[in-house]
Design a binder for this molecule. Structure first.
Ligand code: KIV
Ligand code: ZN
Length: 509
Protein backbone atom coordinates (compact mmCIF):
# COMPACT_ATOMS: atom_id res chain seq x y z
CA UNK A 1 0.00 0.00 0.00
CA UNK A 2 1.49 3.36 -0.98
CA UNK A 3 2.06 5.77 1.86
CA UNK A 4 0.63 9.28 2.01
CA UNK A 5 3.12 12.12 1.99
CA UNK A 6 3.20 14.75 4.72
CA UNK A 7 4.20 18.20 3.51
CA UNK A 8 6.86 19.74 5.76
CA UNK A 9 6.34 23.50 6.06
CA UNK A 10 9.25 25.36 7.62
CA UNK A 11 8.60 28.74 9.22
CA UNK A 12 12.03 29.30 10.84
CA UNK A 13 12.47 32.45 8.75
CA UNK A 14 9.07 33.87 9.75
CA UNK A 15 7.70 32.55 13.08
CA UNK A 16 11.23 31.53 14.12
CA UNK A 17 12.55 34.98 13.37
CA UNK A 18 9.76 36.38 15.59
CA UNK A 19 11.59 34.83 18.61
CA UNK A 20 12.55 37.67 20.94
CA UNK A 21 16.19 38.58 20.29
CA UNK A 22 16.55 37.27 16.73
CA UNK A 23 17.21 39.63 13.83
CA UNK A 24 18.62 38.16 10.62
CA UNK A 25 20.22 39.83 7.63
CA UNK A 26 18.96 38.95 4.14
CA UNK A 27 22.22 37.08 3.53
CA UNK A 28 21.67 34.98 6.64
CA UNK A 29 18.09 34.21 5.67
CA UNK A 30 19.30 33.11 2.24
CA UNK A 31 21.88 30.85 3.79
CA UNK A 32 19.27 29.20 6.01
CA UNK A 33 16.91 28.88 3.03
CA UNK A 34 19.64 27.12 1.00
CA UNK A 35 20.15 24.63 3.79
CA UNK A 36 16.38 24.10 4.17
CA UNK A 37 16.31 23.24 0.48
CA UNK A 38 19.10 20.68 1.03
CA UNK A 39 17.14 19.28 3.96
CA UNK A 40 14.23 18.78 1.57
CA UNK A 41 11.45 20.81 3.20
CA UNK A 42 8.46 21.26 0.89
CA UNK A 43 7.52 24.81 1.86
CA UNK A 44 9.67 27.68 3.13
CA UNK A 45 7.82 30.57 4.76
CA UNK A 46 10.42 33.18 3.85
CA UNK A 47 8.97 36.08 5.85
CA UNK A 48 6.11 38.51 6.26
CA UNK A 49 6.59 40.78 3.25
CA UNK A 50 4.34 43.61 4.44
CA UNK A 51 6.07 43.88 7.82
CA UNK A 52 9.17 45.78 6.61
CA UNK A 53 11.13 46.58 3.44
CA UNK A 54 13.88 44.25 4.74
CA UNK A 55 11.43 41.36 5.01
CA UNK A 56 10.11 42.02 1.52
CA UNK A 57 13.65 42.06 0.12
CA UNK A 58 14.53 38.78 1.85
CA UNK A 59 11.36 37.07 0.57
CA UNK A 60 12.09 38.29 -2.97
CA UNK A 61 15.71 37.10 -2.89
CA UNK A 62 14.74 33.69 -1.53
CA UNK A 63 11.97 33.41 -4.12
CA UNK A 64 14.43 34.23 -6.89
CA UNK A 65 17.10 31.75 -5.83
CA UNK A 66 15.51 28.77 -4.07
CA UNK A 67 13.77 26.73 -6.74
CA UNK A 68 12.75 23.35 -5.31
CA UNK A 69 10.46 24.18 -2.37
CA UNK A 70 7.30 26.27 -2.46
CA UNK A 71 8.13 29.79 -1.23
CA UNK A 72 5.46 31.59 0.74
CA UNK A 73 5.01 34.90 2.50
CA UNK A 74 2.61 35.52 5.36
CA UNK A 75 -0.07 38.23 4.98
CA UNK A 76 -2.82 39.50 7.25
CA UNK A 77 -6.31 39.35 5.76
CA UNK A 78 -5.82 42.88 4.52
CA UNK A 79 -5.56 43.66 0.81
CA UNK A 80 -2.28 45.70 0.94
CA UNK A 81 -0.67 42.80 2.87
CA UNK A 82 -1.80 40.28 0.28
CA UNK A 83 -0.43 42.51 -2.49
CA UNK A 84 2.92 42.81 -0.67
CA UNK A 85 3.05 39.03 -0.20
CA UNK A 86 2.60 38.59 -3.94
CA UNK A 87 5.35 41.16 -4.62
CA UNK A 88 7.56 38.97 -2.44
CA UNK A 89 6.85 35.55 -3.92
CA UNK A 90 5.94 36.25 -7.51
CA UNK A 91 9.47 35.43 -8.73
CA UNK A 92 9.35 31.95 -7.16
CA UNK A 93 9.20 28.75 -9.19
CA UNK A 94 6.36 27.66 -6.87
CA UNK A 95 4.78 30.68 -5.12
CA UNK A 96 2.20 30.51 -2.33
CA UNK A 97 0.38 33.27 -0.44
CA UNK A 98 -0.44 32.52 3.20
CA UNK A 99 -3.21 34.67 4.69
CA UNK A 100 -4.33 34.58 8.30
CA UNK A 101 -6.91 36.14 10.59
CA UNK A 102 -8.04 35.47 14.15
CA UNK A 103 -11.09 33.26 14.48
CA UNK A 104 -11.64 32.92 18.25
CA UNK A 105 -14.17 35.10 20.10
CA UNK A 106 -11.37 36.24 22.35
CA UNK A 107 -9.27 37.59 19.46
CA UNK A 108 -12.21 38.88 17.42
CA UNK A 109 -13.44 40.92 20.39
CA UNK A 110 -10.26 41.91 22.18
CA UNK A 111 -7.72 42.09 19.36
CA UNK A 112 -9.52 42.79 16.09
CA UNK A 113 -12.48 44.62 17.68
CA UNK A 114 -14.74 43.47 14.83
CA UNK A 115 -17.77 41.22 14.67
CA UNK A 116 -17.63 37.59 13.44
CA UNK A 117 -19.47 38.40 10.16
CA UNK A 118 -16.93 41.09 9.27
CA UNK A 119 -14.09 38.66 9.96
CA UNK A 120 -15.73 36.04 7.75
CA UNK A 121 -16.15 38.53 4.88
CA UNK A 122 -12.58 39.82 5.19
CA UNK A 123 -11.26 36.24 5.13
CA UNK A 124 -13.11 35.44 1.93
CA UNK A 125 -12.11 38.73 0.27
CA UNK A 126 -8.44 38.19 1.13
CA UNK A 127 -8.39 34.61 -0.13
CA UNK A 128 -10.04 35.79 -3.35
CA UNK A 129 -7.43 38.51 -3.74
CA UNK A 130 -4.61 36.00 -3.14
CA UNK A 131 -6.22 33.59 -5.60
CA UNK A 132 -6.25 36.32 -8.25
CA UNK A 133 -2.44 36.18 -8.08
CA UNK A 134 -1.65 32.49 -7.62
CA UNK A 135 -3.30 29.09 -7.39
CA UNK A 136 -1.60 28.05 -4.19
CA UNK A 137 -3.27 29.85 -1.27
CA UNK A 138 -3.07 28.90 2.40
CA UNK A 139 -5.51 30.22 4.97
CA UNK A 140 -4.89 30.15 8.74
CA UNK A 141 -7.60 30.79 11.31
CA UNK A 142 -5.48 32.16 14.15
CA UNK A 143 -6.25 30.80 17.64
CA UNK A 144 -8.28 28.03 15.96
CA UNK A 145 -8.08 25.75 19.01
CA UNK A 146 -9.96 28.32 21.12
CA UNK A 147 -12.49 28.99 18.35
CA UNK A 148 -16.17 28.01 18.49
CA UNK A 149 -16.22 24.83 16.32
CA UNK A 150 -19.35 25.79 14.36
CA UNK A 151 -17.85 29.16 13.41
CA UNK A 152 -14.56 27.48 12.45
CA UNK A 153 -16.35 24.96 10.19
CA UNK A 154 -18.23 27.75 8.39
CA UNK A 155 -15.07 29.82 8.00
CA UNK A 156 -13.11 26.89 6.53
CA UNK A 157 -15.93 26.07 4.13
CA UNK A 158 -16.12 29.70 2.97
CA UNK A 159 -12.38 30.13 2.38
CA UNK A 160 -12.12 26.81 0.54
CA UNK A 161 -14.99 27.93 -1.69
CA UNK A 162 -13.05 31.16 -2.25
CA UNK A 163 -9.99 29.17 -3.41
CA UNK A 164 -7.86 28.23 -0.37
CA UNK A 165 -5.91 25.06 -1.17
CA UNK A 166 -4.49 24.55 2.34
CA UNK A 167 -6.26 25.32 5.63
CA UNK A 168 -3.94 25.57 8.59
CA UNK A 169 -5.36 24.89 12.04
CA UNK A 170 -3.28 27.06 14.33
CA UNK A 171 -2.84 26.32 18.03
CA UNK A 172 -1.54 29.85 18.35
CA UNK A 173 -1.23 29.94 22.13
CA UNK A 174 -0.22 26.29 22.64
CA UNK A 175 -3.45 25.56 24.51
CA UNK A 176 -4.67 22.22 23.22
CA UNK A 177 -3.62 18.67 24.16
CA UNK A 178 -3.11 15.75 21.75
CA UNK A 179 -6.46 13.93 22.22
CA UNK A 180 -8.49 17.14 21.99
CA UNK A 181 -6.56 18.31 18.92
CA UNK A 182 -6.96 14.99 17.11
CA UNK A 183 -10.72 15.18 17.81
CA UNK A 184 -10.86 18.70 16.39
CA UNK A 185 -9.24 17.48 13.17
CA UNK A 186 -11.75 14.60 12.97
CA UNK A 187 -14.60 17.11 13.52
CA UNK A 188 -13.29 19.35 10.75
CA UNK A 189 -13.19 16.37 8.39
CA UNK A 190 -16.78 15.48 9.31
CA UNK A 191 -18.31 18.97 9.34
CA UNK A 192 -16.66 20.95 6.55
CA UNK A 193 -18.41 19.66 3.42
CA UNK A 194 -15.72 20.74 0.91
CA UNK A 195 -12.71 19.77 3.06
CA UNK A 196 -11.59 17.22 0.43
CA UNK A 197 -10.67 20.21 -1.80
CA UNK A 198 -7.95 21.41 0.61
CA UNK A 199 -4.98 20.01 2.49
CA UNK A 200 -5.40 20.22 6.27
CA UNK A 201 -2.32 21.62 7.98
CA UNK A 202 -1.41 22.27 11.63
CA UNK A 203 0.73 24.92 13.29
CA UNK A 204 1.38 24.27 16.98
CA UNK A 205 3.02 26.46 19.60
CA UNK A 206 4.81 25.05 22.61
CA UNK A 207 3.43 26.96 25.60
CA UNK A 208 2.58 23.72 27.43
CA UNK A 209 5.48 21.77 25.92
CA UNK A 210 3.03 19.83 23.72
CA UNK A 211 3.63 21.26 20.25
CA UNK A 212 5.33 18.16 18.80
CA UNK A 213 2.85 15.76 20.45
CA UNK A 214 -0.09 17.81 19.19
CA UNK A 215 1.33 17.92 15.65
CA UNK A 216 1.89 14.16 15.66
CA UNK A 217 -1.61 13.47 16.99
CA UNK A 218 -2.93 15.59 14.12
CA UNK A 219 -0.91 13.58 11.58
CA UNK A 220 -2.45 10.40 13.01
CA UNK A 221 -5.85 12.06 12.61
CA UNK A 222 -5.16 12.69 8.93
CA UNK A 223 -3.53 16.12 8.46
CA UNK A 224 -1.07 16.18 5.59
CA UNK A 225 0.91 19.36 6.23
CA UNK A 226 2.82 20.14 9.41
CA UNK A 227 4.35 23.51 10.20
CA UNK A 228 7.25 24.12 12.55
CA UNK A 229 10.70 25.57 13.03
CA UNK A 230 14.18 24.10 13.23
CA UNK A 231 15.28 23.77 16.88
CA UNK A 232 11.73 24.67 17.94
CA UNK A 233 12.30 28.42 17.50
CA UNK A 234 9.32 30.77 17.41
CA UNK A 235 7.15 33.16 19.38
CA UNK A 236 7.33 32.73 23.18
CA UNK A 237 8.06 29.06 23.95
CA UNK A 238 8.44 28.43 20.24
CA UNK A 239 6.87 26.30 17.53
CA UNK A 240 6.97 22.55 17.10
CA UNK A 241 10.56 21.42 16.44
CA UNK A 242 10.53 20.09 12.89
CA UNK A 243 13.47 17.74 13.43
CA UNK A 244 11.54 15.99 16.22
CA UNK A 245 8.39 15.61 14.13
CA UNK A 246 10.38 14.27 11.17
CA UNK A 247 12.31 11.73 13.23
CA UNK A 248 9.17 10.59 15.07
CA UNK A 249 7.49 9.93 11.73
CA UNK A 250 10.60 8.07 10.48
CA UNK A 251 11.23 6.08 13.63
CA UNK A 252 7.59 5.10 14.28
CA UNK A 253 6.71 4.34 10.71
CA UNK A 254 4.61 1.49 12.12
CA UNK A 255 2.26 4.05 13.71
CA UNK A 256 2.24 6.88 11.17
CA UNK A 257 2.54 5.10 7.84
CA UNK A 258 3.39 8.35 6.02
CA UNK A 259 6.50 9.61 4.23
CA UNK A 260 8.25 12.95 3.90
CA UNK A 261 10.71 14.35 1.33
CA UNK A 262 13.27 15.03 4.03
CA UNK A 263 16.92 13.99 3.74
CA UNK A 264 17.38 13.24 7.44
CA UNK A 265 21.20 13.27 7.14
CA UNK A 266 20.93 17.06 6.76
CA UNK A 267 19.19 17.52 10.12
CA UNK A 268 22.25 18.06 12.31
CA UNK A 269 23.82 20.51 9.86
CA UNK A 270 20.56 22.48 9.60
CA UNK A 271 20.19 22.67 13.36
CA UNK A 272 23.78 23.88 13.78
CA UNK A 273 23.44 26.46 11.05
CA UNK A 274 20.24 27.88 12.54
CA UNK A 275 21.77 27.94 16.01
CA UNK A 276 24.98 29.58 14.71
CA UNK A 277 23.17 32.24 12.76
CA UNK A 278 20.48 33.07 15.31
CA UNK A 279 22.78 32.75 18.34
CA UNK A 280 20.10 30.60 20.04
CA UNK A 281 21.92 27.66 21.63
CA UNK A 282 20.51 24.15 21.47
CA UNK A 283 20.03 22.76 24.98
CA UNK A 284 22.32 19.72 25.58
CA UNK A 285 19.42 17.36 26.34
CA UNK A 286 17.36 18.46 23.32
CA UNK A 287 15.94 15.50 21.38
CA UNK A 288 17.67 14.64 18.07
CA UNK A 289 20.12 17.57 17.93
CA UNK A 290 21.25 18.25 21.54
CA UNK A 291 24.90 17.51 22.44
CA UNK A 292 23.81 14.67 24.75
CA UNK A 293 21.17 13.20 22.42
CA UNK A 294 23.39 10.21 21.60
CA UNK A 295 25.64 10.11 24.66
CA UNK A 296 25.35 7.27 27.14
CA UNK A 297 26.53 8.17 30.61
CA UNK A 298 25.56 5.36 32.97
CA UNK A 299 27.64 2.18 33.10
CA UNK A 300 24.65 -0.08 32.40
CA UNK A 301 23.71 1.91 29.31
CA UNK A 302 27.31 2.02 28.05
CA UNK A 303 27.59 -1.72 28.53
CA UNK A 304 24.36 -2.24 26.59
CA UNK A 305 25.40 0.00 23.70
CA UNK A 306 28.80 -1.71 23.42
CA UNK A 307 27.05 -5.10 23.21
CA UNK A 308 24.33 -3.98 20.84
CA UNK A 309 23.44 -0.37 19.97
CA UNK A 310 19.73 -1.16 19.71
CA UNK A 311 19.58 -1.68 23.50
CA UNK A 312 19.52 2.08 24.15
CA UNK A 313 19.62 3.78 20.74
CA UNK A 314 16.40 4.09 18.76
CA UNK A 315 18.01 6.32 16.11
CA UNK A 316 21.35 5.83 14.40
CA UNK A 317 23.16 9.15 14.97
CA UNK A 318 24.54 8.95 11.41
CA UNK A 319 20.99 8.98 10.05
CA UNK A 320 20.63 12.59 11.26
CA UNK A 321 24.12 13.54 10.07
CA UNK A 322 25.76 13.54 13.49
CA UNK A 323 29.52 14.22 13.11
CA UNK A 324 31.96 11.86 14.81
CA UNK A 325 34.19 13.19 17.56
CA UNK A 326 37.12 10.96 16.67
CA UNK A 327 40.47 12.42 15.70
CA UNK A 328 40.42 13.08 12.00
CA UNK A 329 43.23 15.43 11.12
CA UNK A 330 46.39 16.79 12.70
CA UNK A 331 49.26 19.18 12.25
CA UNK A 332 50.78 17.16 9.42
CA UNK A 333 47.61 16.71 7.39
CA UNK A 334 47.69 18.26 3.94
CA UNK A 335 45.26 20.15 1.76
CA UNK A 336 43.97 16.97 0.06
CA UNK A 337 43.19 15.34 3.42
CA UNK A 338 41.35 18.45 4.58
CA UNK A 339 39.39 18.73 1.33
CA UNK A 340 38.36 15.10 1.45
CA UNK A 341 37.23 15.27 5.11
CA UNK A 342 35.29 18.47 4.44
CA UNK A 343 33.64 16.83 1.44
CA UNK A 344 32.61 13.91 3.61
CA UNK A 345 31.04 16.45 5.96
CA UNK A 346 29.14 17.96 3.01
CA UNK A 347 31.25 21.07 2.25
CA UNK A 348 32.26 21.53 -1.40
CA UNK A 349 34.93 24.23 -1.57
CA UNK A 350 36.44 26.11 -4.49
CA UNK A 351 40.25 26.13 -4.53
CA UNK A 352 40.49 29.70 -3.21
CA UNK A 353 38.15 28.98 -0.31
CA UNK A 354 39.98 25.74 0.42
CA UNK A 355 43.26 27.70 0.66
CA UNK A 356 41.72 30.09 3.20
CA UNK A 357 40.21 27.26 5.23
CA UNK A 358 43.53 25.41 5.09
CA UNK A 359 45.32 28.41 6.62
CA UNK A 360 42.74 28.58 9.41
CA UNK A 361 43.00 24.81 9.89
CA UNK A 362 46.83 24.94 10.14
CA UNK A 363 46.55 27.73 12.63
CA UNK A 364 44.15 25.65 14.72
CA UNK A 365 46.17 22.43 14.37
CA UNK A 366 49.30 24.29 15.57
CA UNK A 367 47.55 25.25 18.75
CA UNK A 368 45.30 22.26 19.25
CA UNK A 369 47.25 19.31 17.76
CA UNK A 370 44.18 17.13 17.17
CA UNK A 371 41.40 18.42 14.96
CA UNK A 372 38.05 16.61 15.07
CA UNK A 373 34.96 16.79 12.87
CA UNK A 374 33.36 19.04 15.46
CA UNK A 375 36.33 21.43 15.22
CA UNK A 376 35.97 21.47 11.44
CA UNK A 377 32.23 22.16 11.73
CA UNK A 378 33.02 25.04 14.09
CA UNK A 379 35.68 26.41 11.77
CA UNK A 380 33.29 26.34 8.83
CA UNK A 381 30.49 27.90 10.85
CA UNK A 382 32.66 30.79 12.07
CA UNK A 383 33.74 31.46 8.47
CA UNK A 384 30.07 31.47 7.51
CA UNK A 385 29.19 33.96 10.25
CA UNK A 386 31.86 36.33 9.05
CA UNK A 387 30.94 35.84 5.38
CA UNK A 388 27.28 36.62 6.07
CA UNK A 389 27.97 39.92 7.79
CA UNK A 390 29.64 42.67 5.75
CA UNK A 391 33.01 43.56 7.28
CA UNK A 392 32.77 47.29 7.90
CA UNK A 393 35.53 47.29 10.53
CA UNK A 394 37.99 44.39 10.64
CA UNK A 395 39.75 43.12 13.75
CA UNK A 396 43.49 43.12 13.11
CA UNK A 397 45.03 42.53 16.50
CA UNK A 398 44.14 42.34 20.17
CA UNK A 399 46.44 42.27 23.15
CA UNK A 400 45.56 42.25 26.84
CA UNK A 401 47.43 42.52 30.05
CA UNK A 402 45.61 41.25 33.11
CA UNK A 403 46.11 39.55 36.48
CA UNK A 404 44.91 39.63 40.06
CA UNK A 405 47.08 42.67 40.89
CA UNK A 406 46.67 44.52 37.63
CA UNK A 407 44.07 46.75 36.05
CA UNK A 408 43.00 44.81 32.95
CA UNK A 409 44.18 46.77 29.92
CA UNK A 410 43.59 46.03 26.24
CA UNK A 411 45.10 47.35 23.05
CA UNK A 412 43.05 46.81 19.91
CA UNK A 413 44.00 47.42 16.29
CA UNK A 414 41.24 47.61 13.64
CA UNK A 415 41.09 48.29 9.92
CA UNK A 416 38.50 50.98 9.25
CA UNK A 417 36.19 51.17 6.18
CA UNK A 418 38.84 53.26 4.33
CA UNK A 419 41.46 50.57 4.84
CA UNK A 420 43.34 52.60 7.48
CA UNK A 421 44.74 50.94 10.60
CA UNK A 422 43.37 52.50 13.80
CA UNK A 423 44.60 51.68 17.32
CA UNK A 424 43.40 52.46 20.82
CA UNK A 425 43.70 51.12 24.34
CA UNK A 426 41.37 51.03 27.34
CA UNK A 427 41.04 49.57 30.80
CA UNK A 428 38.06 47.58 32.07
CA UNK A 429 36.63 45.57 34.93
CA UNK A 430 38.08 42.43 33.31
CA UNK A 431 40.03 41.58 30.15
CA UNK A 432 36.93 41.19 27.97
CA UNK A 433 35.48 44.46 29.24
CA UNK A 434 38.82 46.18 28.50
CA UNK A 435 38.77 44.85 24.92
CA UNK A 436 35.16 46.01 24.45
CA UNK A 437 35.95 49.46 25.85
CA UNK A 438 38.89 49.80 23.45
CA UNK A 439 36.69 48.77 20.50
CA UNK A 440 34.02 51.25 21.65
CA UNK A 441 36.59 54.04 21.65
CA UNK A 442 37.54 53.15 18.08
CA UNK A 443 34.08 52.63 16.59
CA UNK A 444 31.77 54.65 18.84
CA UNK A 445 28.55 52.70 18.19
CA UNK A 446 26.29 53.21 21.17
CA UNK A 447 24.98 49.84 22.37
CA UNK A 448 24.17 47.71 25.40
CA UNK A 449 25.61 44.23 25.91
CA UNK A 450 22.67 42.01 26.94
CA UNK A 451 24.15 38.52 26.70
CA UNK A 452 27.61 36.98 26.82
CA UNK A 453 28.19 33.25 26.61
CA UNK A 454 31.26 31.05 26.19
CA UNK A 455 30.94 27.43 25.02
CA UNK A 456 33.69 24.91 24.43
CA UNK A 457 33.34 23.31 21.00
CA UNK A 458 35.01 20.09 22.10
CA UNK A 459 36.37 18.72 25.38
CA UNK A 460 39.85 19.44 26.73
CA UNK A 461 41.97 22.37 27.79
CA UNK A 462 42.92 23.15 24.19
CA UNK A 463 39.29 23.24 23.00
CA UNK A 464 38.06 25.96 20.69
CA UNK A 465 36.08 28.54 22.64
CA UNK A 466 32.89 29.75 20.96
CA UNK A 467 31.66 33.12 22.21
CA UNK A 468 28.11 34.31 21.57
CA UNK A 469 27.02 37.79 22.49
CA UNK A 470 23.89 39.83 21.98
CA UNK A 471 23.88 43.62 21.90
CA UNK A 472 20.99 46.03 21.75
CA UNK A 473 21.08 49.19 19.72
CA UNK A 474 18.06 51.49 19.28
CA UNK A 475 15.71 48.75 20.49
CA UNK A 476 16.97 46.08 18.04
CA UNK A 477 18.97 43.00 19.07
CA UNK A 478 22.07 41.84 17.19
CA UNK A 479 23.90 38.61 17.77
CA UNK A 480 27.66 38.15 17.34
CA UNK A 481 29.72 34.96 17.35
CA UNK A 482 33.44 34.31 17.36
CA UNK A 483 35.65 31.31 17.98
CA UNK A 484 39.29 30.90 18.86
CA UNK A 485 41.40 28.80 21.20
CA UNK A 486 41.91 32.06 23.14
CA UNK A 487 38.57 33.17 24.60
CA UNK A 488 39.60 36.83 24.79
CA UNK A 489 40.26 36.82 21.05
CA UNK A 490 36.99 34.89 20.50
CA UNK A 491 35.19 37.57 22.56
CA UNK A 492 36.72 40.36 20.47
CA UNK A 493 35.69 38.57 17.25
CA UNK A 494 32.14 38.10 18.57
CA UNK A 495 31.84 41.78 19.47
CA UNK A 496 33.12 42.89 16.06
CA UNK A 497 30.69 40.47 14.42
CA UNK A 498 27.74 41.97 16.35
CA UNK A 499 28.83 45.57 15.71
CA UNK A 500 29.33 44.95 11.98
CA UNK A 501 25.88 43.36 11.84
CA UNK A 502 24.29 46.32 13.66
CA UNK A 503 26.03 48.82 11.36
CA UNK A 504 25.09 46.80 8.24
CA UNK A 505 21.42 46.71 9.26
CA UNK A 506 21.00 50.15 10.82
CA UNK A 507 23.82 52.26 9.41
CA UNK A 508 27.00 53.39 11.19
CA UNK A 509 25.57 56.18 13.36
O1 KIV B 1 0.68 31.07 15.56
C1 KIV B 1 -0.04 31.44 14.62
O2 KIV B 1 -1.27 31.46 14.69
C2 KIV B 1 0.63 31.88 13.41
C3 KIV B 1 -0.24 32.11 12.23
C4 KIV B 1 0.12 33.34 11.51
C5 KIV B 1 -0.23 30.89 11.36
O3 KIV B 1 1.83 32.01 13.38
ZN1 ZN C 1 2.76 30.86 15.02
Amino acid sequence: MSQDKVTIFDTTLRDGEQSAGIGLTTQEKLEIARQLERLGVDVIEAGFAASSPGDLEAVQKIAAEIRKPIITSLARCYIPDVDAAWEGVKGAEKPRIHVFISSSDNHITNLLRKNPEEVMDTSVASVERAKSYCDDVEFSPMDATRTDPEYLFKMLEAVIDAGATTVNIADTVGYTIPSEFAQRIEDIKQNVPNIDKAVISVHCHNDLGLSVSNSLAAVRAGVRQVEGCINGLGERAGNAALEEIIMAIETRDDLFNVTTNIDTTQIYRTSRLVSDITGFPVQPNKAIVGANAFRHASGIHQDGVIKDKSTYEIIDPRSVGWPSNSLVLGKLSGRAGLRSRLEELGYQLEQEELNEVFDAFKNLADRKREVTDQDLESLMSSRRRIADVPTIYELEHVQVSTGDHEVPTATVKLIDPDGQTIVDAATGTGPVDAVYQAINRLIGVDNKLTEFRVDAVTEGIDALGDVTIRIERDGDAFVGRGSDTDIIVASAKAYMNALNRAMAMQGPQ
